[in-house]
Design a protein around this ligand. Structure first.
Ligand code: NDP
Ligand code: PMR
Length: 397
């Protein structure tokens, strides 16, 4: 596959050149215009009656409860069937997140909390995917605002549901942006959303995961091949590189410090790849700090190249036209949204994928295997530094 891809490199490079065009007339609209969805959309199915509950996780939750799933006591004597699992999936309104939500919901074994910035879009997406109402709840989450992340955690806790699995899936990719755009707190938007928003979310929800009585509790952070420079895809410029983290330490605000983690000039494609490196490092740091103590499985994955998703919405039209056939027929790295959803759903619930600290990938026969991360994406010292700097930026330290 690598050779085939290398053989078409010259023509493919012209795609890359087109892809790097920073002509903002193509899609024009800054993502920051989209991210201010009103929190009135927050979906809380609150019952204002007190009820004896199986999952009395925090005393504060007693006033706002939903029908929490329980272990089915009605099963034949001695045999308790597993209660429905409760999984939060960020960015479940399209692409991989939606396909995963659908795959999990249709098993009937999972209740999916779709954590989305656009409530109506998520509702339409769930309906058109044919998801049964009782198998999902939509809750508002805008990862580009730390206040929204905290509000989501609060709302989730009030819902009274347990948290068995958290999937950090949402992302933005801004390859044609000429200038950086920023989150509510002033962090460059790609790293702010893909890494810092998820960092705060997962740190806060770790407590909730700890309290779950589900047999296999998991925290999954979606990574990617393009953040790994030990692959051909990861060597397509601009390459991921966190450098000495000077830009991250300065807050990525583009004012008194760079908007890029390594302190360099803004490059939207690189910012996305850097954010994926942070995602994979964060998963490993979680594993080192908490796996033994909590039994939680921490995992990351590369689901395959899902070339048709909304991730490429900001790319130029020519790229969006040629990218799917290029991946399908030349690199052979293409995977459908449905297949990618099945893969991530496996990482959520397959009893054979409980190993912690693993970066999963799939081979041509769609069999999962533990993949090797690049040197930078598996650098324990860098992971610790990213963790510590991120803690300060999101107000946890
Ligand atoms: P999509 O654009 O289809 O999905 C991204 C999701 O993230 C959308 O639901 C989007 O919401 C949501 N999102 C974006 N910004 C925010 C925000 N501020 N707050 C909350 N949600 C937000 O892309 P994919 O499905 O392709 O991407 C999903 C994951 O897969 C990402 O982590 C990506 O890095 C990873 N990945 C993708 C690959 C691919 O080939 N596509 C390959 C490898 C990894 P909305 O619908 O409102 O825009
Ligand atoms: Mg890449 C085996 C080869 C392979 C694979 C699996 C991917 C996946 N890509 C491969 C090769 C190449 N790509 C080659 C040879 C080129 C031309 C030089 C190339 C180009 C390319 C571009 C311009 N590829 C891209 C882009 C993007 O804008 C995408 C990106 O980097 O987004 C961050 C992308 C991707 N290629 C992939 C995957 C999975 C992506 C989507 C990125 C991601 O989500 O990580």
């Amino acid at each position: 596959m690598a050779l085939q891809a290398a053989a078409i490199l010259p023509s493919a490079l012209s795609i890359l050149k087109e892809g790097k065009s920073k002509d903002s007339t193509f899609l024009g609209i800054s993502l920051s215009d989209h991210v201010k969805s009103d929190s009135i959309y927050t979906s809380l199915r609150i019952k204002r009656e007190s009820k004896q509950r199986k999952f009395a996780i925090r005393p504060i939750r007693a006033q706002a409860v939903v029908e929490a799933p329980e272990v089915n006591q009605a099963a034949p004597a001695g045999k308790k069937t597993l209660r429905q699992g409760s999984v939060v999936v960020t960015g479940a309104s399209s692409g991989l997140g939606l396909a995963t939500a659908k795959a999990l919901a249709e098993t009937g074994k999972w209740h999916v909390i779709m954590a989305c910035r656009d409530f109506l879009k998520a509702e339409r997406a769930a309906k058109s995917a044919g998801m049964a109402k009782e198998n999902y709840t939509i809750m508002h989450l805008d990862l580009a605002s730390l206040d929204s992340v905290r509000q989501f955690v609060d709302n989730f806790r009030r819902s009274g549901r347990p948290l068995d699995v958290l999937v950090c899936n949402a992302a933005v990719y801004l390859p044609t942006a000429k200038e950086p755009t920023f989150t509510a707190e002033g962090f460059e938007l790609s790293v702010g959303t893909n890494h810092l928003g998820h960092f705060l979310l997962s740190r806060l929800l770790l407590d909730d995961l700890k309290q779950s009585d589900y047999p296999s509790k998991r925290l999954i952070i979606v990574g990617s091949i393009t953040g790994n420079t030990n692959t051909l895809a990861g060597n397509v410029p601009p390459k991921a590189n966190l450098g000495d983290l000077r830009g991250l330490a300065g807050g990525l605000n583009g004012l008194n410090t760079s908007s890029m983690i390594d302190g360099g000039e803004f490059d939207g494609a690189k910012a996305y790849k850097d954010s994926k490196v942070c995602n994979m490092l964060t998963m490993q740091e979680f594993h080192r700090r908490y796996h033994e103590e909590t039994g939680i499985t921490f995992a990351s994955l590369y689901p395959g190249c899902i070339a048709t998703t909304g991730l490429f919405r900001e790319h130029i039209p020519l790229f969006r036209l040629l990218f799917p056939p290029f991946q399908k027929y030349i690199t052979k790295g293409f995977v459908s949204e449905e297949e990618s959803g099945k893969r991530l759903a496996q990482v959520v619930s397959d009893p054979s994928l409980t190993k912690s600290g693993v970066y999963w990938s799939w081979n041509k026969d769609s069999a999962s295997f533990e993949n090797q991360l690049s040197q930078e994406a598996s650098d324990a010292e860098k992971a610790r530094k990213v963790w510590e700097v991120s803690e300060k930026l999101v107000g946890l330290a």
